[in-house]
Design a protein around this ligand. Sequence first.
Ligand code: PMP
Length: 452
Amino acid sequence: MQKEMLIQKSKELLWLPFTQMQDYEADPLVIEKGEGVMLYDTEGKSYYDGYSSLWLNVHGHKKKELDDAIKAQLDKVAHTTLLGAANRPAIELAERLVQLTPEKLKRVFYSDSGAEAVEIGLKIAFQYWRNKGFHEKTKFVTVTNGYHGDTVGAISVGAVDIFHTTYKPLMFDSYKIPFPTIYRNEVVDHKEIRDQSLYELEKVLSGNGQEIAAVIMEGMVQGAGGMHIMPEGYLKGVERLCKEYDVLLIVDEVATGFGRTGKMFAVEHEEVEPDIMMIAKGITGGYLPIAATMTTEKIYDAFYADYTELKTFFHGHSYTGNQLGCAVALANLDIFEKDHVIEDVEKKAAFVREQLNSLKSLSHVGDIRQLGLMIGIELVADKQSKQPFPWTKRVGYQTTLKMRELGMLSRPLGDTIVFMPPYASSYEDLKAMIAIMEQAIMEVTSKLSVST
Ligand code: PMP
């Protein structure tokens, strides 16, 4: 198909996720290929992949070891079902995941996306208590601004207004407690912010613990909710309260897992051991849709019985445990080990932190939040008062559109610019991407300052 036709057909036939198609039609983009940290459109124009193709491509595109792993697996078999029959890459990957994740997590339930891994985690937590005879433990506690994917269960425990409000009548109720957000908090002391939020959690657990199955939250950083980082000791405090009130702790590491925050998993920052943990995105280095819900042996045991007791976990997807996906995930983990990727992320994160200093002085950069290579740059109308821009101005969107013109792709979260580079980015690449963001922010916000 000719490139003009591809663009035309993309407008006629596709319905893109999280995209107002009117925007897309005005500025269509068709990606044709990738190489390292660069992506190329049908015109041959190159772009830095500044969002790791939605936070997952960690070693860059066309990574030889990953390509080779898929080709080698293709010579054996592409896919077989995991319903009642295991396969070699799924078993070998499970062993590696159990070794890598916190000690308590011993069982791996595969699926194909982060949201599915979350649905599975919620259903396992719910059924765990039923199987143990606690039928009243049916509710979940989650935090304001949390995000766990887009399926109905996942949005029921999510709380990002713009994504979730429309679907409220479809969702089940869960308890929402305030996330300890630091930016725009009247309280300045991080410890106080942390303790206030923990106090709110304890109030819910002490009053309603008997009907609560689990607390669910992201690991250390709220991603889609705007890149907000938990104050030190918060997640550890949540773990302590969950134990105290006999409630399961579910940590969603879909976005934060596989090195993104500078540790293999974000829970390592506080030595937290969840009862259930979801992983996806970086698990295959951004190649194929594999996800997993990890649980403890104690939870697994509660499902182990004959069919007469209906304790079986009735859940599974056609592509679960896909052999190509598991094979490439294994190769991905080999790269982490061989190339000391976590140490590399730590070094690059320190470099980025220093480089981003130049953005701090820009008049509309309100806050820069960073943990590892997970970064949000919040743009505001007024720095002093932290007043946001009117949302109708779509400053974040305009800025990423300008970045695209300048040769870098990302997607904003409201007016927060997401910077999630592939770990494979060189120091020069990182510098170039920061320069593009700086220029785009300056150009877009200076025009706005004049017109508002
Ligand atoms: N949980 C978190 C924390 C996420 O950030 C995401 C996706 N950004 C999801 C779940 C959903 O993952 P997926 O898009 O693979 O369904």
